[in-house]
Design a protein around this ligand. Structure first.
Ligand code: ZN
Length: 381
């Protein structure tokens, strides 16, 4: 999060506005932004307050700067870059008038170069955190690592025109617009109860790996999947990442608790009752797949449902069209059709931990299913 600096600056250059006679362009010392001003509103050498883009004004200041009859109005109290007669004006200059000083008497003591953001109660606008997709919402970390924000704490170079000198060596990095992700390895912060115990037992790693976006730190959700595709040359696939170039794909059906109605509490994704219900469906499905001439069928408990793996070679050679007609045949079962249609290649690795529900992904070898299946050791004690 970059900080907000609202400085008193000296105007050092004024130019004609290219498209308007009653407007001018003004520049300031030690700062590279240009601002559209009214004709003769300022003279070179005048002091002004430079209010940068993304400043949020409070009611008092906004009412003073944009009284009822003002042509310009702010949207949600926020100063933005605006085009005035096709010229982009970045931020605004506020005149140090007697009226302003009577509203903020402390201003009279301030000199050129001083920051007056807190004096004028100007806040920095931060974009709201967008609603995450449902399956991501539980992943936002409740506590953020105190150092994780630091690396995006970068100010725009236009605020610091003299920071890089001619012939100075610099490192250039590129900012891609439209997306932001952060990854960091930082010293572990002993915050959680478990971490404190681990630290006491000297089991706490010195460093931790963190992921997140610009505003959010995520809990790391470790998952282990395997690829159902068989490739002719997997090394080539790993180079090109063209995973749709495969010879065959293991057929698997995802029988999911989400697909049946159950009266378990809303904060739970699954319960004993619906698990037993869908296990019955998976068993019945296994029988029907068997009737179609497939022999190697395994049911795997996924933590929130079941995966029915069909391991026969002829099943792996089925086309997308044939898989779709199988989906149609099994429409009565609570399956996610996209898993068996052939477009999705990854599936949970048996015996791996499903961290969403803290259950192990377990192949079921007996006819009877117990909801205790897959409860990992660390929960049994
Ligand atoms: Zn349920």
């Amino acid at each position: 999060m970059s900080s907000l600096i609202v400085k008193i600056v000296k105007i050092n250059k004024i130019e004609k506005h290219p498209n308007a006679d009653r407007l001018q362009i003004a520049y300031m010392e030690d700062n590279d932004w240009s601002v559209v001003i009214g004709l003769n509103q300022f003279k070179v050498g005048n002091l002004a307050i430079y209010v940068p883009v993304d400043s949020l004004l409070d009611e008092k200041l906004e009412n003073y700067l944009f009284p009822l009859d003002s042509k310009i109005k702010l949207n949600n109290h926020r100063v933005r870059a605006i085009k005035i007669r096709s010229y982009i004006s970045v931020g605004m200059f506020v005149e140090l008038t007697q009226e302003l000083i009577s509203l903020y008497p402390e201003l009279s003591k301030k000199k050129s170069g001083e920051d007056v953001a807190s004096l004028l109660n100007i806040q920095k606008y931060e974009p709201p955190i967008r609603n995450l997709p449902k399956n991501m919402q539980g992943r936002i970390a409740k506590r953020n690592h105190s150092l994780f924000k630091k690396y995006t704490d970068i100010e725009n170079i236009k605020f610091f025109t003299n920071v890089i000198l001619i012939d100075e060596m610099v490192q250039i990095s590129e900012k891609c617009h439209g997306s932001n992700s952060r990854y960091a390895v930082l010293p572990t912060e002993t915050i959680s109860f478990w971490n404190k115990i681990k630290k006491f037992l000297r089991l706490l790693p010195k460093k931790e790996f963190l992921i997140g976006s610009h505003n959010i730190q995520l809990n790391i959700n470790k998952k282990l999947y395997y690829d159902r595709n068989i490739y002719k040359d997997y090394k080539k696939i790993l180079k090109t990442l063209k995973f749709n170039n495969y010879i065959s794909q293991e057929l698997a059906f995802d029988v999911d608790a989400d697909n049946i109605i159950c009266d378990h509490p809303k904060n739970k994704s699954v319960c004993k009752k619906c698990l037993n219900k869908i296990y019955k469906a998976a068993l019945k499905m296994k029988g029907e797949i068997n009737d179609l001439g497939f022999k190697k069928i395994e049911i795997v408990y996924s933590g929130r449902g079941f995966h029915v793996h069909v391991m026969d070679k002829k099943a792996s050679l089925l086309s997308v069209k044939e898989r779709s007609s199988l989906n149609k045949k099994f429409k009565k079962f609570p399956i996610d059709p996209w898993v068996s249609r052939g477009y999705i290649r990854l599936i949970r690795m048996p015996y791996s931990l499903n961290s969403l529900v803290s259950r192990k992904t377990m192949p079921i070898k007996t006819k009877k299913f117990s909801s205790k299946t897959g409860v990992p050791k660390f929960l049994k004690n």
